[in-house]
Design a protein around this ligand. Structure first.
Ligand SMILES: Cc1ncc(COP(=O)(O)O)c(C=O)c1O
Length: 428
């Protein structure tokens, strides 16, 4: 957030109700240790970065494969800038849809072609917008009339995993305002409630939504079991694989490749600002469903298309993800994860059972988590505290993440630092 100074002569502003409320709301956030701040980076995204003129070893980005500052990806963006300029100039449906977006969509569809028949893809500006657009579009599917009873069922029931990302939660909230939607939140670690709810569901359409990799815990969603349930109960299954795309699967195609799943009921959302190292997101689905999303997703229709240079940079990043270099980067990442899990031993703090580059250290208390964040900063580490409402109450954590650019030694050293911190702070 940037603060502009008022001119000297300006009158002090009169305090009106909204300003007064904002002040007391902000004071309350500070009291509850929920006040958020941002840091200013002065260097490219990498495992060592400068913030406010200080150098840090960072274990917090989503740049899992270390592609955000890869020379070939940066070069592809520079080359494209010299051809296409900076901005796309308009939304996709006016004149902003460039050849580069088209190629990127086709390439992303090819990544999921073994898993979704007749797959097509649509690119979005961000993952947040993709989830808003896809969920609202699917909830706007026309009513269905039962061939047997002639009864029209005009509502959609959404089954959403409890720990799904905020963009899914917000997509459902928005869909509920626009369409006739009922929500059922399920625990992804115990699917019996979901199973019983599906058995007595009489809705027109059913949509199950789950993260492929939970962003704050790092564990995988029960995607195979969910697909079985979706098939048995005639539901669609939307998987948000923001943290699996590029990382999971032999070729980095994501969780559907990792679990070898196939179905025309699958709607796959991936993001391009995490392992792919660039920016943006996409959805892959059967061509009919994709066409419906294209026609109906307002966050796709009513926004300026992303710069074509980013699409070109992403195409280069996809080349790397599928190449021998991509394989080697994933293999190294897995070595880092294994080293971490073998080295780190806590007495009190929790490490959820994750085998992805997201390796949180759950300490529980907000104030303690902030203290640890500061202690780590004083030692030259950047691992920001993650507190509610981003994570459930009482589960404040250091969200440690790895990049293929980290070394094994760096990971071992950090594990030692955290174990020392636990022995110093576990009684506080
Ligand atoms: C699971 C999940 N979905 C969607 C998003 C949003 O993606 P984007 O950052 O591209 O808006 C995130 C971002 O962190 C995420 O973790």
């Amino acid at each position: 957030m940037t603060l502009m100074k008022s001119p000297e002569s300006a009158m002090p502003p009169k305090v009106f109700d909204a300003m007064q409320s904002a002040r007391s709301g902000l004071a309350e956030l500070k009291d509850k240790t929920l006040f958020r701040r941002q840091r200013k980076s002065e260097s490219a995204c990498d495992t060592h970065q400068t913030f406010n003129a200080r150098s840090f070893s960072t274990f917090c980005s989503n740049d899992y494969l270390g592609l955000a500052n890869h020379p070939l990806v940066s070069q592809a963006a520079r080359d494209a800038l010299s051809v296409y300029g900076v901005g796309s100039g308009a939304s996709h449906l006016i004149s902003g849809h460039h050849q580069a977006h088209e190629e990127l969509g086709q390439r992303l569809a090819m990544f999921q072609a073994a898993h979704i028949p007749r797959v097509k893809s649509l690119t979005f500006s961000t993952g947040y917008m993709a989830n808003l657009g896809v969920i609202t579009a699917l909830c706007a599917l026309p009513k269905v009339t039962s061939l047997d009873t002639g009864e029209t069922k005009d509502f959609t029931r959404i089954y959403s995993a409890q720990l799904n990302h905020a963009s899914i939660v917000d997509g459902i909230r928005l869909a509920s305002k626009q369409s006739n939607v009922e929500l059922c939140v399920f625990d992804s670690s115990a699917l019996s409630t979901l199973r019983s709810a599906l058995e007595c569901d009489t809705s027109g359409h059913k949509l199950i939504v789950c993260d492929g990799v939970f962003s704050m815990d790092g564990n995988l969603g029960p995607v195979k079991e969910l697909l079985d349930l979706a098939t048995q109960h005639d539901a669609l299954l939307l998987i948000d694989d923001a943290h699996g795309f590029g990382v999971l699967g032999e070729q980095g195609h994501g969780i559907l490749e990792h679990l070898d799943l196939h179905s025309d009921r699958l709607i796959y959302v991936g993001t391009l600002g995490k392992a792919a190292g660039v920016f943006g997101a996409f959805v892959c689905a059967h061509e009919t469903l994709c066409e419906w999303i294209f026609q109906k997703a307002r966050p796709y229709i009513y926004t300026t298309a992303t710069p074509p240079s980013l699409a070109m940079a992403t195409l280069q990043s996809l080349n790397i993800i599928e190449s021998a270099e991509g394989h080697a980067r994933r293999a190294h990442l897995n070595l880092l994860i294994q080293t971490w899990r073998e080295t780190l031993k806590f007495k009190h703090w929790q490490t959820p059972p994750s085998h992805t580059p997201i390796q949180p250290v759950v300490v529980g208390d907000n104030a303690l988590c902030l203290k640890l964040d500061e202690a780590l900063q004083s030692m030259g580490y950047l691992i920001p505290a993650i507190r509610p409402p981003t994570v459930p109450l009482g589960t404040a954590r250091l969200r440690v993440t790895f990049s293929a650019n980290h070394t094994v030694q760096e990971v071992k050293t950090l594990a030692g630092v955290l174990m020392d911190l636990e022995s110093q702070h576990s009684s506080s």
